[in-house]
Design a protein around this ligand. Sequence first.
Ligand code: DHB
Ligand code: MG
Length: 232
Amino acid sequence: MSIEKATNTAVVEAYVQSHLAPEDPSLLNARNNTIKHGIPPIALSASQGKFLSLLASCSGARNVLELGTLGGYSSIWLARAIKSTGGKVTSIEINPDRCEVAIQNLRSAGLKVPEEVDVVLGAGLDVLPKLEEEIQRGELERFDFVFIDADWPNQWNYFNYGVKLTNGKGSVIFVDNVVRAMLDYGHVGPEERDTSVASLVEEAAKDERVEAVVIQTVGAKQNDGFLMAVVK
Ligand code: DHB
Ligand code: MG
């Protein structure tokens, strides 16, 4: 039997999520409180959140860097994954209202802000050099796991900086929405290529610091995909 297109993706998502990644009240509150404040409903699905937390756990991550806090939903999954390590999640968010809602959601989930999750207000490309200085001054530990879920035209810039701030060999960089971004900016597919936006796929392929792969996904909403890279 050949499979021509993805079918029943929403019911499959609901089924697997109900069994393997049920949302507890804290996660449900984070999702709903975010939407209640008029923030777009674009947080990870529960299964994606669990996948991210399993990856952070199996890579032995202690310190996580997140770009794009939104309402803190993914930050909760990541903070839980590293809870026993004594490390923390540092999460960058450009929008002050989102920062405030995220901090509420994290505290409601029983997480200590900023000790367990530090939500840093600012544009990624302004905050990253400051984090680098803190690392150089010995005030901040390097990151073992970097989750990039922010403005799509900057995916490569964040990736490039993220790799610099890692602990080196074995550190993981995980980027959300890479398939939709590569289609939107015409790196592949029918759209005209936007030459002002670097292709994360092409840059990661040339980047001798990492080994990377893209996996396309289907979910309750639509198809997309993620890029995962491991520092060599
Ligand atoms: C959308 C989804 C995302 O995961 C994201 O980070 C930004 C936007 C969307 O569905 O529009
Ligand atoms: Mg995303």
